[in-house]
Design a protein around this ligand. Structure first.
Ligand SMILES: [Zn+2]
Length: 265
C-alpha cells in the first residue's frame, strides 16, 4: 500500500543536481523500466525526481516495440519494484496516455503544443489549455454495531472476475463534496443511509487516471438492497468471519485491515 512517496516527487523539470536518469518505457499500457533512453525520435515526458535520479516516461510508438523481453501492466508490476518506482510507472502511463489523446485542441482542432511552465497542452490558435485528467473516486467501509459485535459491509461487484468482496466505491460527481459522494454512493449501491463519514487516506489509482479517497462511515438505517448493475451481492461481516478480500495493492485492503485490527475507532 502506497501511503507516501518520500522518494518520488512529481515535477515539471529535472533539478540541477540530477545525476542519473531512469526511463519508463510505455508500450501500449504496459511498462518497461530501464536506465537506457529510447529512440531519440520518440516522445519523452519528464515525470519527476527520485532522489537525485531524473525519471522520464517514454511513449513507445505502436508497432515499434523493441524486444524488451519483459514488460508489465501496472497491476502485475506492483510488488516487483519499489513503491516509489511503482508510483513513477503509474504517472508515466497516465501522462503518456494523456499526451497520446491531446494532440489536437478539443475546441478548435488545431495541433497542440506542450506548455512551457505548466503540465499542460496549449492550443496555439485559441489558447485552450488541457491538463492531465485525474478523476477522484471515493471508497468506503461502512460499519454498524459496537465492540466485538461490530460488523462491516462488504460487497461483490457485478464486474469482479473473482468472488471477492470489497468496500463500496464510485466516482465523485461534479457539484458534490467528498462526504456527499460517500453518502450518495452507499445509498445508490446498497440502499443504506450512513453518517459520521471520516476520511482515512488516499492512494493514486492509475487505472486509468483516478485517485482513490478512502473513508469510514457508520450505518444509520435501511436494509441491504443491491443495485444489480453495480453490486452482485453485499452482506454484513464480523471480524472473524470475512470472505475473500482484495490483495494488499489496494486501499480497500487497508480500510478492511485497519478495521479488523482496530487500528483506529
Ligand atoms: Zn484551440
Amino acid at each position: 500500500m502506497n501511503t507516501s512517496n518520500p522518494f518520488f516527487r512529481p515535477s515539471l523539470h529535472p533539478t540541477e543536481d540530477a545525476s542519473q536518469h531512469r526511463y519508463i518505457h510505455v508500450v501500449g499500457s504496459k511498462v518497461f523500466i530501464d536506465d537506457r533512453p529510447a529512440d531519440t525520435e520518440w516522445n519523452c515526458l519528464f515525470l519527476g525526481m527520485h532522489g537525485d535520479t531524473a525519471c522520464w516516461g517514454i511513449d513507445v510508438p505502436k508497432g515499434e516495440d523493441p524486444a524488451y523481453g519483459a514488460d508489465y501492466d501496472l497491476r502485475s508490476l506492483y510488488g516487483m519494484v519499489s513503491e516509489a518506482e511503482w508510483a513513477m510507472a503509474g504517472r508515466a502511463v497516465q501522462l503518456v496516455e494523456w499526451s497520446r489523446t491531446h494532440r489536437f485542441c478539443g475546441r478548435c482542432g488545431t495541433q497542440t503544443r506542450m506548455a512551457d511552465n505548466d503540465r499542460a497542452f496549449v492550443c496555439p490558435s485559441c489558447a485552450l489549455m488541457s491538463f492531465p485528467r485525474l478523476a477522484p473516486a471515493i471508497i468506503t467501509l461502512v460499519t454498524r454495531g459496537e465492540g466485538d459485535d461490530e460488523q462491516a459491509l462488504l460487497a461483490r461487484g457485478a464486474q469482479f472476475p473473482v468472488p471477492m468482496f470489497s468496500c463500496l466505491a464510485g466516482f465523485v460527481e461534479a457539484g458534490e463534496n467528498l462526504e456527499q459522494a460517500v453518502v450518495r454512493e452507499v445509498e445508490e449501491e446498497v440502499g443504506l443511509a450512513v453518517e459520521s463519514v471520516q476520511y482515512v487516506g488516499s492512494q493514486p489509482w492509475p487505472f486509468p487516471h483516478s485517485i482513490m479517497l478512502g473513508f469510514r462511515a457508520r450505518w444509520v438505517s435501511g436494509d441491504i438492497v443491491c443495485d444489480p448493475a453495480e453490486i452482485a451481492e453485499a452482506h454484513w461481516y464480523s471480524r472473524d468471519d470475512l470472505p475473500m478480500i482484495p490483495p494488499g495493492i489496494s486501499i480497500a485492503r487497508r480500510l478492511i485491515d485497519d478495521w479488523v485490527f482496530r487500528r483506529y475507532q
